[in-house]
Design a binder for this molecule. Structure first.
Ligand SMILES: C[S@@+](CC[C@H](N)C(=O)[O-])C[C@H]1O[C@@H](n2cnc3c(N)ncnc32)[C@H](O)[C@@H]1O
Length: 206
C-alpha cells in the first residue's frame, strides 16, 4: 500500500487494497479463515446464522456464501469497508444486531476496540460459538520475527515502520492469558503473537 493513512483509518482507499494487504500483514490469515469454514461445516448448517464482527470488505462472509451458507451478518464500524460489496445476501451494518448467532467470527478486530471486553461479553451472550483472533502483546524477539516475516511477504521496512507509527495510538493489546479467563475450548493456533481461540458462547441454540 503506497499511502498508509496516519493515523490508520479503515477508509475506502484501504478497502480497495484490503484483501492483498492482510495477506502481507496478518500471519496465518488464510489458515484461520479455512479453520472458520471447517469449524462451521462441522458445527452449523447452511441455514445457521453466522456473524462476522469487524467484517471489513465482507471477504470472509463471501467465502461462506460461496460454500452454501445464506444467513450471513457482517458488522463493521466503517461502512466504507463494505458499502461497495452489497450483494443482497450478506446483511451488513455498522452496529451489532441483537439476535442469536450459531457462530460468531471476531477476527483481528477487538484489538482496535477500547471497550473490547464489553463487546466480547455481548457477542458471547448472543452466540453458541465464537472464533476470536487477536494480536497480543509481543516480546521484542517476537516482534523482530514478525517484521522479518512481513518483509518475506513483500513489505518494505519503510512500509512496516509507517504502519507501526499509524497504528501506535489505536491498538489495545493484551497478554494472551487474559483471553483464557473466557471459556476457551482451545487455542487453535498462534504465530508472532497473533492468536486464534475457539470460545464457547452462552447461547446453546444453534
Ligand atoms: C483487520 S480488519 C478485520 C479483518 C476481518 N475480520 C477479516 O477476517 O479479514 C479490522 C476491522 O474492524 C473494524 N472495526 C474496528 N473497530 C470496530 C468496532 N468497534 N466495531 C466494528 N468494527 C470495527 C474496522 O473498520 C476493520 O474493518
Amino acid at each position: 500500500m503506497k499511502n498508509i493513512p496516519n493515523p490508520w483509518k479503515f477508509n475506502q482507499d484501504v478497502s480497495l487494497e484490503y484483501e492483498s494487504h492482510v495477506l502481507k500483514h496478518i500471519p496465518l490469515y488464510n489458515k484461520t479463515i479455512d479453520y472458520c469454514l471447517d469449524f462451521a461445516s462441522e458445527n452449523t448448517t447452511h441455514n445457521s446464522r453466522i456473524l462476522d464482527f469487524g467484517c471489513a470488505t465482507g471477504c470472509t462472509l463471501r467465502k461462506f456464501k460461496s460454500k452454501g451458507w445464506s444467513n450471513l451478518w457482517g458488522v463493521d464500524k466503517s461502512s466504507d469497508m463494505f458499502k461497495h460489496n452489497q450483494d443482497g445476501v450478506i446483511k451488513y451494518s455498522t452496529t451489532l444486531v441483537d439476535q442469536y448467532y450459531s457462530l460468531s467470527l471476531v477476527n483481528w478486530t477487538l484489538h482496535f476496540c477500547d471497550n473490547k471486553w464489553d463487546i466480547l461479553d455481548k457477542i458471547l451472550s448472543l452466540s453458541t460459538w465464537v472464533i476470536l483472533s487477536e494480536k497480543t502483546l509481543e516480546s521484542t524477539e517476537l516482534k523482530n520475527e514478525y517484521y522479518s516475516w512481513k518483509q518475506a511477504q513483500g513489505c518494505t521496512l519503510e512500509e512496516i515502520k509507517a504502519k507501526e507509527r499509524s497504528l501506535r495510538e489505536m491498538m489495545w493489546l493484551n497478554d494472551p492469558k487474559d483471553y483464557l479467563t473466557y471459556p476457551v475450548e482451545k487455542i487453535v493456533h498462534s504465530q508472532f503473537g497473533f492468536y486464534t481461540f475457539l470460545i464457547k458462547g452462552d447461547n446453546e441454540i444453534s
